[in-house]
Design a protein. Structure first.
Lengths: 368, 368
């Protein structure tokens, strides 16, 4: 069972420096988890992820359940062995992906009936089934099945939805039972309504989990509202347990929300942006497709120590990207993944040295 | 100027074990050169190529001339620096690619006028221009501009064509002048006609180059005819200089033609097959898409020491390929590249130990 130790508290914010211990290794927090949807963080090897500084990755239960199937992965020794990643893994419950299917999903108290986005085949996932799948995958941290609430939902709909999530959370805990190697985290919903966030947080904490996620944010709402709800919800969760803000976000989001006492993050942004030619630097994003980089001999970011920045020019990266070369996607993914890990390292260092977060990041395109 | 040393001659065939010395390092021959068309061997980093055993790669002048342009590469320090490959490079002259444009190319004594396959823009490449471009790229070994003859060409057409290639070869030699770091190889054409191969070989040797290629083979003719022409042409070339059979071929071709005294090969086969899910083993090719590999825990080839075979199961590789994951293309490319390099190592070892080539390879799909 993961053990969470807070090493230091930040006097300039609510941020905490911690260590989350799992059967597959320790994670320094605040931590960012690269997303490995289909048993691979797109374009990268496990060794490259480690070299970039990643200590834990996220797998998507919904996708792995459909392809190649959780039973196949279990038969082949579990997700760690299957994908050759010996370090910690967290799997989501599939809830977010299933409920994103829209018209293809039908929800009852019992569970979610849906059609595969790949072949339209019918499936049913209950809280118990979500746990069974995640046990088969064998991640170090797994999540309860929840129903994410649309950000535009009114209070009544939100309350109905979070009550369902609470009922499912209880069933997930029962189904999971006790485990020495796998930990089940609860998820707080409640949409954009503080009162509902409070009900959800209190209900989830009452069930009792070794860690808690804040779900249903960064789903289309305004940035300020996201920050407001995250900042309101975080302190409703036990101080001595890890807090995970799901699906967030930009470098600035990670900084701001670390300051609210969040310990874990995941987002497809760094790898997806990389594959679109959008590269992170401290000054903003650089669009490698831009003609201004045609003869630019500099690395993406002269201050970056990643493999890509140590060995390749912007001119070369632009050429590869324009020519649709696979190596472009690889080198870009290495850089963005390293950028995110270096960013988290800077946040952790500021907490360790108790310095204010005197750096920031803006979602602008840099012309330099 | 590259220096070629023959270390050992095979008593069971015409094969030779050699060392080709260049300004960027030594190449053990017989050697196979992975193809790096657009300043990248598709899906692989330079470090991975080295780890697979590659000592020299090939760049395509036609493609690099169009994108990103030879002048840009020269301004950025040359092809080695641009692509972060510090080891030997050979560039072809672009002849094969230009003449493959068919209706888009018009040939005169002066050179070849053609339209870009990318944007239809008009271009003109003379023998002098082909040398200028290759000098700008800065490869260790460059090639004369030639007109490859279609394999179905009659004797008269073939002779006319090879006479043009000979005239161009002379002009290339003059344009190239003297260089301590870059070597210009001549190319023997002559289609499928032995008499014309003899005329071309004698004419090319008379001009005088530090190495010779056999061009215009493996372009659609029967395998036996290819072997017959290669076997006839190789001994027409100076015994003490490197012989390069362009665009060939399968593992069996490399074995057979090494036995004819060929020292260098290149082919897109290993990397292109990898991207199509076709993986080389000693027993034949394995189609990773096949459902029989769904739960196969074995590596592609238990006898292979490559990164892919040491770390991943066929089941995982099949899953990645079916899911269109970039990592599939990478891991497959690593394996096929390593297979080709290991194959050449086995050929070199047999020559070194003067054992007969008591192994062979068949282009069959293995069901195992």
């Amino acid at each position: 069972m993961p053990e969470f130790k807070i090493l230091k508290k930040h006097s300039h914010s609510q941020a905490r420096l911690g260590i989350l211990k799992t059967a597959h290794g320790d994670i320094e927090t605040p931590a960012f988890m690269p997303v490995g949807t289909l048993a691979t963080v797109k374009a990268l090897t496990p060794e490259e992820l480690t070299q970039c500084g990643a200590q834990i990755i996220l797998g998507n239960t919904y996708h792995l359940y459909l392809r190649p199937g959780h039973e196949l992965i279990a038969d082949l020794g579990g997700l760690h062995k299957f994908m050759n990643w010996p370090h910690p893994i967290l799997t989501d419950s599939g809830g977010f992906q299933i409920f994103s299917l829209g018209a293809l999903v039908k929800i009852t108290e019992e569970g979610a009936r849906f059609q595969s986005h790949i072949d339209g085949s019918p499936h049913f996932i209950s809280p118990e089934k979500a746990i069974e799948i995640q046990q088969a995958l064998g991640a170090d941290i797994i999540m309860t099945l929840d129903e994410p609430t649309p950000h535009s939902a009114d209070k009544l709909t939100t309350e109905k939805s979070l009550r369902l999530s609470l009922a499912w959370a209880k069933r997930c805990k029962v189904a999971h039972g006790k485990s020495d190697t796998q930990s089940l985290f609860g998820i707080v919903q409640g949409g954009m309504h503080k009162a509902m966030r409070k009900v959800s947080a209190e209900g989830t904490v009452e069930i009792g989990f070794p860690g808690y996620a804040i779900g249903g944010l960064s789903v289309g709402e305004e940035k300020d509202l996201m920050y407001e709800i995250a900042n309101y919800t975080a302190p409703l969760l036990p101080d001595d347990q890890p807090r995970y803000l799901m699906g967030v976000g930009t470098p600035e989001d990670l900084l701001q929300c670390s300051g609210m006492g969040i310990d874990m993050f995941d987002c497809v942004m760094p790898t997806r942006n990389a594959r679109n030619g959008s590269l992170f630097t401290r000054e903003g994003k650089l669009n490698i497709k831009n003609a201004r980089f045609t003869r630019d001999e500099r690395p993406i970011d002269p201050a970056c120590d990643c493999y890509t920045c140590k060995n390749y020019s912007r001119a070369y990266l632009r050429h590869l990207f324009q020519a649709n070369e696979i190596l472009a996607l690889r080198l870009n993914s290495v850089h963005n993944t390293a950028f995110y890990q270096n960013w988290m390292r800077a946040i952790r260092l500021a907490i360790r040295e108790d310095r204010p977060f005197d750096f920031s990041w803006q979602a602008i395109t840099v012309d330099d």
